[in-house]
Design a protein around this ligand. Structure first.
Ligand code: TXA
Ligand code: MG
Length: 314
């Protein structure tokens, strides 16, 4: 693996069909030329990801996104104007140039224009859309720094492009525009309410097995009940009395087990999300018996955090 801050070097690797881990504002991605089926196949091998899980394709412009779809509806136009570049993925019917392996055989493709300047520069310089899942082993914790990528996947990546820590800290919201009513398949820091202001009613929650248009693949690997997990057992609730563990909390409380490492999290949802994976990665390195996370506050802006914690703890 070559670690670099050179966008040109990483763009050349993408064009040569290689795997490039790169920063986005949400989490680091494991990227390949989305139009090169052979390169995309290597993403699945490197992650140990089932080929039934579709990938997000990253673009540097609305024009590039439109070229990958058969239709760019009014809703997509409005959402891209409101939220791109940024942490919202739109699922639309795909154009024939998108290889089937990218979409796991689905007739739809997930598209996102990231806001991280290094990600945008990489796509621009590579001059091709970049297919990328999060740069972690399947079902593991997503990386929010190049150090996380190097630790989890260093051996499988050709080039690791460093761009600092990911500011958003959890994966993008995924919204399907392929059905009769828009459906939020994965919550993120862009909330359902914010999307509804722009396009009207949105249904909540992905339904495993239900994909508008066809039924070939699982619609959202992020919907597998177990996902986003550290290696250390993650509990959503009170700390255990026995063993060495860590307690991650917003509201402080006194603990019986004084050996517990205590980590205080921000009270604001976006700041909490930004710190969550970094905190879990750090604790995961400490060979603890458990990590207990206090159930965070409820409310629409906490949906993305709740989703990742409940799946991480499953
Ligand atoms: O923030 C993110 O989304 C990050 C960065 C790298 O962009 N990527 C990411 O990718 O989290 P991944 O592969 O870990 O998650 C992709 C999500 C999955 O839940 C997947 O099912 C959904 O997007 N997805 C992709 N294409 C889809 C499609 N055609 N239909 C339904 N869901 C799709
Ligand atoms: Mg992932």
């Amino acid at each position: 693996m070559a670690k670099t801050t050179s966008v040109s070097e990483a763009a050349a690797a993408i064009r040569a069909g290689k795997l490039v881990a790169f920063p986005t504002e949400t989490v680091y991605g494991l990227g390949a030329n989305a139009l090169d089926a052979g390169a995309v196949a290597r993403i699945f091998e490197a992650k140990g990801r089932p080929v039934t899980s579709p990938l997000i394709v990253h673009v540097d412009s609305v024009a590039m996104a439109r070229d990958l779809t058969v239709e760019w509806p009014e809703s997509a136009k409005k959402l891209a104007a409101a939220f791109w570049p940024g942490p919202l993925t739109l699922v639309l019917f795909k154009a024939a140039i998108v290889p089937d392996i990218v979409t796991a055989g689905l007739s739809t493709v997930g598209l996102r224009m990231p806001s991280h300047p290094v990600a945008l520069a990489l796509i621009r310089e590579a001059r091709v859309p970049i297919a990328a899942p999060s740069a972690n082993r399947f079902s593991g914790l997503s990386p929010t720094s190049s150090a996380h990528v190097a630790a989890a996947m260093g051996g499988q990546v050709d080039v690791l492009l460093d761009g600092g820590s990911s500011a958003v800290g959890i994966e993008s919201a995924v919204l399907s525009l392929a059905g009769p009513v828009p459906r939020l398949l994965r919550p993120g820091v862009v909330t359902r309410a914010e999307i509804e202001v722009v396009i009207g009613p949105v249904e909540a929650g992905g339904r495993p097995g239900e994909v508008p248009g066809d039924n070939v693949a699982h619609p959202s690997p992020g919907m597998h009940p177990k996902h986003y997990s550290p290696r250390t057992p993650l509990l959503l609730g009170s700390p255990r009395c026995e063993g060495r563990g860590a307690y991650v909390y917003v509201e402080e409380r006194s603990l019986e087990n004084s050996a517990v490492i205590q980590i205080r999290m921000p009270r604001e949802a976006r700041a909490y999300a930004a710190a969550l994976y970094e905190t879990l990665h750090t604790l995961d390195l400490q060979s603890l018996d458990w990590i207990a996370v206090e159930p965070p506050p409820s409310g629409p802006e906490w949906e993305g955090v709740w989703d990742r914690l409940t799946r991480g703890a499953a």
